[in-house]
Design a protein around this ligand. Structure first.
Ligand code: 13P
Ligand code: SF4
Length: 341
């Protein structure tokens, strides 16, 4: 059975915003960036941006990174205001870690299809079926779901978190089935119970696209995010030799950054959301980066624009707050992760 045929549809749980085309000239972009920089100083704010943000948003950020790096930055910042250029669950994580700070998410439409695949009620029902299991929640979950979980993890540390759990304890791994598959392979654990969630963007990165990219570019290195719909197939093809073991890597977005700095290769096929290419190209302008699927665009991430950041800094809205009792319980799971990494 193909991987896509095996997917439960969660599509009715979220609405995908359209991607706006911004027609600003370079001078207009520069002027907005200057205004943001001034307002940021006045508000004592820090701008944190995920690797999938628009290029011009990445350019004004104090820090650009993956989910793990962003939560570490949020936990450490001395700023009063955090402008979170990412999606809702990431801003919630910042609000949980810094309850005394103002956390802004410039557009509330910035949700996440993967986080929408599991609710706290669904997790509670699932836990009843496996009462001995330890719950490991990917960071792409709501604060309420994290509050029901034992450990949080990101794609950068999921295997490390799973290894920290005694081998005889079953693990409920939520919500991403593709990441769970990679973690099960990396840890060799057979007692991982996999929730069937997925990201609507990464699922579109398909085995056929990977294979044709590799065939057309014989020396290219393949960097695949573990949320991608092609991961099981790619792992099987590494095992049977169709994909070169020495040139195929399953990596978080920050893992990709580290990999290209150390690799001797000149060309990379990038299997993740296309925003990542800006950061990679900036870090290594002499190397070539090709998206495995150029249409893998996260509409949620792209709702954050310079205009919305400006407006948000002007009015200090929309603010993300997590009710204290949920925050307290969710924080346990996040802190356990931060202690391991
Ligand atoms: P990273 O943690 O690798 O940044 O991935 C998180 C993610 O999927 C954001 O969409
Ligand atoms: Fe969520 Fe997927 Fe967008 Fe990441 S790329 S924020 S997992 S919808």
């Amino acid at each position: 059975m193909s991987e896509s045929a095996n997917l439960i549809s969660f599509d009715t749980r979220y609405s995908v915003p359209p991607v706006e085309t911004i027609g600003d000239s370079p001078a207009e972009i520069f002027s907005k960036q200057q205004r943001i920089a001034r307002l940021k100083e006045e508000r004592n704010a820090v701008i944190l941006a995920h690797n999938y943000q628009r290029d011009e948003v990445q350019e004004i950020a104090d820090y650009v990174g993956d989910s793990l790096g962003l939560s570490q930055q949020a936990a450490a910042t001395p700023a009063d205001v955090i402008v979170f250029c990412g999606v809702h669950f990431m801003a919630e994580t910042a609000a949980i870690l810094c309850p005394e700070k103002t956390v802004l998410l410039p557009d509330l439409r910035a949700g996440c299809s993967l986080a929408a695949t599991i609710s706290a009620d669904e997790l509670r029902a699932w836990k009843k079926r496996y009462p001995d299991a330890v719950v490991v929640a990917y960071v792409n979950t709501s604060a309420e779901v994290k509050a029901e979980s034992d450990y949080c993890c990101t794609s950068a540390n999921a295997a490390k978190v799973v290894r920290a759990i005694p081998a005889d304890r079953p693990i409920l791994f939520i919500p991403d089935k593709f990441l769970a598959t990679v973690v099960a392979r990396e840890t060799g654990r057979a007692n991982i119970i996999v929730y069937p969630g997925y990201c609507h963007v990464h699922r579109t990165i398909r085995p056929a696209q990977v294979l044709s990219m590799m065939e057309e570019n014989p020396d290219i290195e393949l960097l695949i995010h573990p949320e991608c719909g092609c991961v099981s197939s790619c792992m099987a093809r590494v095992a049977d030799g169709t994909l070169p073991r020495e040139r195929t890597f399953f990596l978080s977005t920050e893992g990709m950054m580290r990999h290209i700095a150390d690799s001797g290769a000149d060309e990379f096929a990038i299997g993740t959301e296309v925003g990542m290419l800006h950061r990679l190209r900036k870090a290594a302008p002499q190397k070539r980066f090709r998206p495995v699927n150029p249409e893998a665009v996260c509409e949620f991430m792209k709702t954050i624009t310079l205009d919305r950041i400006l407006h948000s800094l002007e009015i200090l809205e929309p603010q993300i707050c997590v009710p204290p009792e949920i925050a307290r319980r969710a924080r346990r799971a996040i802190d356990r992760m931060l202690e391991i990494v």
